[in-house]
Design a protein around this ligand. Structure first.
Ligand SMILES: [Zn+2]
Ligand SMILES: [Zn+2]
Length: 173
């Protein structure tokens, strides 16, 4: 009789311990869902939904959350976006700020490359702002660049070294 009540007590204790264990795991999972959802979801409302699901449906809610949660942490998404922006800025710098003749780093408003001394841009005949060779019109003062192309060639012909090439382009056009 004594032994029987002892084993009953033991069973009771084991059941209580198991229940306690399950409750602790349940609470830990709810907390984990909250902290994980906060790192992955930007919307406080959706974070609340995930935590509510973990509370209302013990264990099952957490399993469902791990299936449908966003695959990436917000931090990683932001970091990747920053890296993309930095890469784009580097690319833009490479294509816009390098001398086409010697790849020396040049500024957008420079008229001549300081490294190979070749012409990068011509100044506008009206406002003297540096113009891109592909522009047909000065974007600063609206002067027609196409009309100014003839004196530009004449000026180039005056400089030695570029004489033959500029004459050839004059014949081509
Ligand atoms: Zn150069
Ligand atoms: Zn101009």
């Amino acid at each position: 009789m004594l032994e029987l009540s002892d084993s009953a007590d033991g069973l009771n204790l084991a059941a209580n311990l198991l229940l306690l264990f399950l409750v602790v795991v349940y609470l830990a999972l709810v907390y984990w869902t909250y902290s994980d959802a906060r790192r992955r979801i930007d919307d406080a409302m959706l974070v609340g939904c995930a935590v509510a699901a973990a509370i209302i449906f013990p264990f099952v809610g957490v399993i469902v959350y791990t299936i449908v949660r966003p695959p990436e942490f917000l931090e990683d998404v932001r970091e990747r976006e920053l890296e993309m922006q930095a890469a784009e800025a580097r690319l833009a710098q490479l294509s816009y700020l390098a001398c086409p003749h010697c790849s020396f780093e040049v500024k957008e408003d420079w008229l001549r490359c300081p490294s190979c001394t070749r012409k990068l841009r011509d100044p506008c005949t009206n406002c003297a702002k540096p113009l891109d060779p592909e522009w047909r019109l000065c974007p600063y003062c609206e002067t027609d660049v196409a009309g100014a192309s003839t004196p530009r060639r004449r000026r180039r012909r005056g400089t030695t070294g570029e004489q033959s090439t500029s004459e050839r382009t004059a014949v081509d056009s």
